[in-house]
Each structure stands twice: as C-alpha cells, then as structure tokens.
Design a protein around this ligand. Structure first.
Ligand SMILES: Cc1cc2nc3c(=O)[nH]c(=O)nc-3n(C[C@H](O)[C@H](O)[C@H](O)COP(=O)(O)OP(=O)(O)OC[C@H]3O[C@@H](n4cnc5c(N)ncnc54)[C@H](O)[C@@H]3O)c2cc1C
Length: 533
C-alpha cells in the first residue's frame, strides 16, 4: 500500500485535532457575535511572527495569528529531516531586532532555528495572540462593511486588515510520476520526514537533488543498504565552510552585541555582492562557476560521476547550493546516481527510460514545494468575490510583493517577486513589515478605512520587474521553480535587497485608492474613493 507520512515532529493539522470552536460559527444572523480584530495574520513562521512582534512593539494589541499547526516556526517546524539547516549564515538569518548570540554554528541546524523562533514568541509575548490548529478555509472581503470575513476550521472572525504570512515553501510537491500511487513501500516528502521509520538496511530511492536532498543524503547514506539517487538536473554546488562558533565568540556577542552586528553587516554585504552577477552582469558569475567546478573535481575523482554531476546551465539560473559532504556521499559504493528519466513507479521498484528496473523499499521525495501554484489563492476573495487565483490567472503579481489590486486591506509577506537567490529572506520580510506598519500608521492618522493599490500602478510595477528580469541569469535558459507556468519569473526580486528596502521604507499613499473612515457610515452605498496627487 502507498503511504505518505506526515511529520512526526509536532506538525498537526485540524484533521489531527478535533478542537473546540474558538471563533463563532458563521451564520447570517449571529454576525454581531463574530469576533472582530483590527489585524488578522495568517501563519506563525518568520513572516507572521515578525509581523506580530513589530505590531506589538508599535502599540497594537488587537490582532490574532491564525496557525494551522500546533507549534511555532513554519519552515523550521515542518522540515525536520536529518541535516536540515539554513544556508544563509545564522548571524544574518535572524531578526534584526532579536540577535541571537548563542548560535552554535555558522549555519545553524533546524532545531536551533525553531527554538530561536519559539524564544522570540515568548520574549515578545506573542503566544496569547496565536490561535493554534486553526486552518484558514476562506477569506472574503465584504464591501458593505469593508471587512475581511475569515473562515477557519475553528469558526469565523472578521478583521479590518488581513496579512498573509503563509509561506512560499510550505506546500510540499510530490512528483507526478505514472504509477506512483501503486507503490507498496514507504514514501514520504523531505518536509514531512517520517522519524519513526528506520532506514537502516533499506533500499532507498531519493528523487530530486535540490537544497533539502543535498542536506539529508550525507546523513542517510551510511545507514541504508543502497541509495539510488534519481537526478533530473545537477545543481551547482559551492563549498559551505560550516564551522562551530567558538564559545569565546558567543560570549563576546552576548557582552558586546555590536560585534555581532558588525559581523552581520559584513555577511550581508558579502552576500549582496552576488546580486551584481545574478541580476546585472551574469558574466561575473564565471569565477563562482570555476570554484564550483574545482569543488566537484576535488571531491569526485571518478570522471563518469563527475560528468553526471556537472551542470549544463549558467550558475545561479537555479538556486546555488552549498555543501561539503554531498559529493563525498555520492562516491560511496552503496550509492548510484541515475540520470535516466523515471518512466514509472511499480509496487516495489522504479523503472527508468532505459528499461532498467530499480528494486526499492522506500522513496524519499526531495522534490520541493508548490511555489507559483499554491492552493491558498483560491480561498482568498477580494472585491466582487473575485479570488486571488482568478486575479493571478496569468501568473502571480503584486505591488512590492505586498499589495494586490482588487484586494483592499490585504497584505502579503513574501508575496510575488520578493524571493532571493543570494541573501536572507528575513531581510525582505522585515522590509515588507516596515511598509505595512507605515501603512497602518497613515491609515490611523488620516482616518482611512481601506487602502488598495491602484491597478495601473501595479501593472507598471510588474512591467518594470519583468523588463529587469530579461537580463538576469534566471532567464538564461534553465527550468526552475523560480518560473511560473508561463515562464515568467514571479518569484524573485530582480535587484539589490537594499533597493527593495529603500523603496518599501515608506508607504506611498499616492499609489493607492483610499477610502476614509466616515464612508463606513453609509453602509450599502458606494464609498467615496480619493486619490492623493
Ligand atoms: C528547508 C528550507 C531551508 C531554508 N533555508 C533558508 C535559508 O537558509 N535562508 C533563507 O533566507 N530562506 C530559507 N528558506 C526559505 C524560508 O521558507 C524562509 O526563509 C522563511 O522561513 C519563510 O517564513 P514564512 O513565515 O514566510 O513561511 P513559513 O515558514 O512557511 O510559515 C508559514 C506558516 O503559515 C502556516 N499556514 C500556511 N497555510 C495556512 C493555512 N491555510 N491556515 C493556517 N496556517 C497556514 C504554516 O503552517 C506555517 O506555520 C528555507 C526554506 C526551506 C524549506
């Protein structure tokens, strides 16, 4: 029987937990009893938690965080596979307002990052605001009273402002391989690792060679009887240089936080330099390509294996990976790298295009996530009942990845075109949070009921992005999860991150349609919209 396991590390969905209803059930005549909040935030990962903390620091108390799981951390709660760690140095991959002097390594392991997030939630007193085991089912903007009606597995609530922090990499993607449903062994995705299943002595197939696979393969290879790695495209891999952070340094960071801030700034600029090659001068990436080639030649002596592992596209076109132990693991006698495409999966085997049948007990999918084709947009309905999915039928687009025309008072964290191939996502999240906070400040000061980005502004912004995208390495000819079904890069920010930060430092009301508070008195009437000149 085909079995896909959920994570055994505390990730619970509403179906695992028959919880009491905490928000009243939706019905037309009990509307007065619905809980109303100023701000509802979806998700308790870096985005949702960061937003909640900054709201609190700015004096907002009337907010709720809706989280489908039973624990904090998002990515860092769900990905518990062996070897899981960040690939941006921890000094930078953390909140600027909550530096952590205790990181144990340059690239800290998953558990430490999850604990860091839990610690932040406690330290900034966010836990009382979180509604656990509460999955969003639907959110609709109601024109008559200018609010979001949010339906969850625990009932309904309303909110003036709705902020989505549901994560770009939170829906695991399984490969659509013929026959996979007939597989009779154990199969799971790397983001839902099955810790109770012992891999010792098993014949294991790993599908995919992305960021997660290269982290867990070195950890499982010594235990398994046989590891068949099914590779579609080899990644470019650079040396990682991970190391423990000495105790004296940790003491120094604690006593003299400025030293950690200095190091953080240095890491930021070192990584930011890569944007020059990725976005503006792909030719500059030649030296990185040489380092990656030398890394491969040094670690893999067999010329046949070297050839299989040598990428045939420009470095940076797909995500550049970091590892010191992936290549050595592939040289072990119990590992085979298979580059023939998979034709079908049978009850106990995988058959490749060359007709070979590979006997296996277990399949581990390191096949990434739904990024440009996630489910959530179908459940978010804006003006006129139009879903975000319909609005994005030609591919996701927003204004600074944060606002979408037709969706008043809705904000996205890590929305379209805010992803990075070279630097910390927390930097982008914090930039967006600043923008949203400034918007809330202006709404309060000017007594605004709603803000909605003007369609022509959103259109012009996306035209600019796609024009800039043309010269980047990401459109140099490879296929990647950065691109949507139409081949447009709707995932990454095509520029320096400091430019994104500068442009989102202040909310720009002249680019939005604004409806004043007093208009809400005329329920049912068309509200007057004004624009700033
Ligand atoms: C293995 C891995 C390693 C990574 N390493 C790095 C790195 O080194 N550096 C870097 O910059 N980025 C890295 N990333 C990217 C990472 O996803 C972001 O940096 C960041 O963690 C995203 O935070 P988030 O809060 O936006 O999303 P998430 O962490 O995914 O959190 C989203 C939250 O929303 C909740 N949610 C989603 N849908 C619903 C719903 N319908 N109802 C209720 N709740 C919902 C989820 O349960 C989850 O808790 C990595 C990603 C992965 C998968």
């Amino acid at each position: 029987m085909f079995r896909v396991f959920a994570s055994s590390d505390g990730h619970k969905t509403h179906s695992d937990n028959q919880q009491r209803t905490v928000f009243p059930e939706a019905s037309s005549n009990d509307e007065a009893h619905l809980r109303h909040v100023r701000v509802a935030i979806l998700g308790a990962g870096f985005s949702g938690l960061g937003m909640a903390i900054r709201l609190k620091q700015h004096g907002h108390e009337d907010f709720v965080v809706i989280e489908r799981a039973a624990d904090i951390g998002g990515t860092w709660r769900d990905n518990t596979y062996p070897g899981c760690a960040c690939d941006i140095p921890s000094h930078l991959y953390s909140f600027s307002f909550a530096l952590n002097p205790h990181w144990s390594r340059t690239y800290s392991p998953q558990r430490e990052i999850r604990d860091y997030l839990s610690c932040c939630a406690r330290r900034f007193d966010i836990l009382p605001h979180i509604q656990w085991n509460c999955e969003l089912l639907n959110a609709s903007w109601k024109e008559d009273n200018q609010r979001w009606y949010i339906t969850t597995t625990q009932g309904q609530l309303t909110a003036d402002i709705f902020i989505l922090g549901n994560g770009p990499l939170s829906e695991p993607s399984l490969p659509p391989i013929p026959g996979i449903e007939r597989f009779d062994g154990v199969m799971f995705h790397s983001a839902r690792w099955h810790h109770d299943y012992d891999l010792t002595g098993k014949r294991v197939a790993v599908i995919g060679t992305g960021a997660s696979a290269i982290q867990f393969i070195p950890h499982i290879q010594p235990r398994v009887a046989r590891l068949s790695l099914f590779q579609r495209t080899p990644p470019w891999i650079l040396p990682r240089h991970d190391r423990p952070i000495p105790a004296w340094q940790r003491v120094m960071f604690r006593i003299l936080p400025i030293t950690q801030r200095f190091l953080r700034t240095r890491i930021y600029w070192r990584l930011e330099f890569a944007a020059l090659g990725l976005v503006y001068r792909p030719g500059m990436l030649e030296s990185a390509m040489q380092i990656a080639r030398r890394h491969l030649l040094r670690q893999v002596p067999d010329p046949l294996l070297q050839a299989k592992l040598t990428p045939q596209y420009a470095i940076g076109c797909k995500r550049i990976l970091l590892s010191d132990d992936f290549y050595p693991a592939l040289t072990r006698p119990n590992v085979e790298v298979i580059t023939d495409r998979i034709r079908e999966v049978r009850a106990h085997s995988i058959v490749t295009e060359d007709g070979r049948e590979h006997e296996i007990d277990t399949i581990i999918c390191g096949t990434g996530f739904h990024v440009t084709d996630t489910q959530l947009p179908q459940y978010i309905h804006g003006r006129g009942g139009r879903s975000l999915n319909d609005s994005w039928h030609e591919g996701p687009r927003a204004y600074y990845g944060t606002s979408v025309s037709g969706f008043p008072n809705l904000f996205l964290l890590i929305g379209p075109n805010t992803g990075l191939g070279h630097n910390s996502m927390v930097y982008m999240i914090e930039s967006q949070i600043t923008y949203i906070l400034d918007c809330l400040r202006i709404m309060d000061r000017r007594h605004l009921r709603t803000v909605e980005v003007r369609p022509e502004i959103q259109e012009a912004f996306n035209t600019e992005l796609q024009q800039r995208m043309r010269n980047t390495v990401w459109t140099s000819g490879c296929t990647s999860w950065y691109l949507d079904a139409n081949g447009r890069n709707t995932t990454l920010w095509p520029g320096f991150t400091f430019e994104f930060r500068r442009r989102t430092r202040h909310f720009d009301p002249q680019h939005f349609d604004l409806i004043p508070q007093r208009a809400s008195a005329h329920i049912g009437e068309a509200a007057p919209i004004y624009r700033m000149r």
